[in-house]
Design a protein around this ligand. Structure first.
Ligand code: MLT
Length: 449
């Protein structure tokens, strides 16, 4: 008999229905096992298998965890079939249109939109922390100029744990969590900008406390040409939207990595650094860099995009169109629709004439009309448009994943904090199905041929 209240308030204020607990039945080895079914606040169903091995001796097998919920979370909801993406219930379309990245970061991390005073305090406390700790700048000198910016970003972020030992406690208080969150929100963007200037042999420009994180990042990146007092509003708005649209995306590879590392109670610096390492992969955050590199290859080969469209349809060609389709969104990526509009505005504003961007427009037109792509849901995704937009505003290709990381940092921190505050917190320890050799005896080396 269910004695719980009809609506149970979870620790994050999310509501999950307990009024009629559903069950799923599993028949295995002559036994029938009842598994409880949880219904999320958007009516998704989750079969609770947390007692499965104890009750049946069996585990589930789900390579890539694509059918497995690793946790409950109140941060982001996406519906791949309907192209819905909401942060704490707010549609991404409204946040991208009206909010600042700092507002969205606060919303993701603390659960609600900040009041004016809360936002002023939040951004002010971040600005106080823009400067890197003494001696930290030497880390940039130890990398060759050819080092990928994500190698520098991930290493330097982990290195912060050596400068802030007081923020590495395995069971941080709320105040310590807030302090490490503010420190990372401030100093990851400083590390990103400093890394860029060192890589290009440019003098370091100290951060300015009177600029927003986005304007400050552009200022440190491009120097006086991006005056934080009169930043080019179209460019700042476009970059702000890129950061907001990339701020969180449920349990994607890098966010799951942050949760995995953080679940051992490793500190936030190294947990975020691990997330950056996962994001670097070309199948994840490196995809927008791959889009531009694909366009460059097509351009250098003469720009015959029709030939590459044909190659994309020919499985034996080994050529794959980067920036099309998505593993979660089945019909369209809501972020791509917003970035497409931003792209058009920035290209018009800057009067950019770039053969790669013309190529991109041709590929987009084909993909949106050609039955082959339509039937396979290979529409231009967020990586396609973010690559074009970042290139148009002068961000070097090798910084694209860094920009993705600056946006996703808010989501990583939100999930890290939510996980540590979860009543059911425990270390992540998946199982496996063993497929190796049966037991066998050791053969001394002298007896081996
Ligand atoms: C993301 O935003 O993390 C990417 O779209 C990848 C994903 O969600 O799996």
């Amino acid at each position: 008999m269910n004695t719980k209240h009809p609506e149970t308030e979870t620790e994050k204020g999310a509501h999950v229905s307990q009024s009629n607990p559903e069950t799923a039945q599993l028949k295995l080895g002559g036994k029938v096992v009842d598994l409880s079914v949880m219904t999320g606040s958007e009516q998704e169903k989750g079969i609770d298998i947390s007692r499965l091995r104890d009750s049946t001796g069996a585990v589930t097998l789900d390579p890539g965890f694509v059918n497995t919920a690793s946790c409950t979370s109140g941060i982001t909801f996406l519906d791949g079939e309907r192209g819905i993406l909401r942060y704490r219930g707010y549609p991404i379309e409204e946040l991208a249109e009206y909010a600042t990245h700092s507002e969205v970061a606060y919303l993701l991390i603390y659960g609600n939109l900040p009041s004016r005073r809360e936002l002023e305090q939040f951004t002010g406390r971040i600005a106080e922390r823009y400067d890197l700790p003494d001696g930290m700048e030497r880390i940039f000198d130890n990398f060759p100029k050819t080092a990928h910016p994500m190698a520098v970003l991930s290493s330097a972020t982990a290195a912060l744990s050596g400068y802030y030992p007081e923020l590495t406690h395995p069971s941080p208080t709320r105040e310590e969590m807030d302090a490490v969150i503010l420190t990372l929100l401030a100093q990851v963007s400083t590390i990103a900008a400093f890394g860029y200037r060192r890589r290009h042999g440019l003098p370091i420009i100290p951060p300015r406390r009177d600029a927003s994180p986005v304007a400050n990042f552009l200022y440190i990146l491009f120097g006086s040409s991006a005056n934080p007092q009169q930043p080019d509003e179209v460019i700042v708005r476009a970059l702000r939207q890129v950061l907001i649209l990339h701020a969180d995306h449920e349990q994607n590879c890098s966010t799951s990595t942050v949760r995995m590392v953080g679940s051992s109670r490793a500190n936030a610096f190294v947990s975020i650094s691990a997330g950056m390492a996962a994001l670097w992969g070309p199948l994840h955050g490196g995809a927008n860099q791959e889009v531009i590199e694909m366009l460059e290859a097509i351009h250098q080969a003469g720009g015959d995009f029709g030939k590459y469209i044909g190659m994309a349809k020919d499985k034996t060609s080994g050529f794959r169109l980067m920036g099309f389709g998505h593993r979660v969104y089945k019909n369209f990526d809501p972020r791509a629709k917003i970035l497409k509009a931003a792209c058009d505005k920035v290209l018009a504003r800057l009067g950019v004439h770039d053969p790669l961007l013309d190529l991109a427009k041709h590929l987009e037109e084909v993909a949106l009309k050609d039955e082959y792509f339509i039937s396979r849901k290979l529409y231009p995704n967020v990586d396609f448009y973010s690559g074009i937009l970042l290139r148009a505003i002068g961000i070097p290709t090798d910084q694209f994943t860094v920009i993705f990381a600056l946006g996703r940092l808010a989501g990583w921190l939100a999930h890290w904090r939510e996980m540590l505050e979860s009543p059911g917190f425990k270390i992540n320890r998946p199982r496996q199905i063993y497929t190796g050799p049966p037991e066998r005896k050791y053969v001394p080396l002298a007896q081996r041929s």
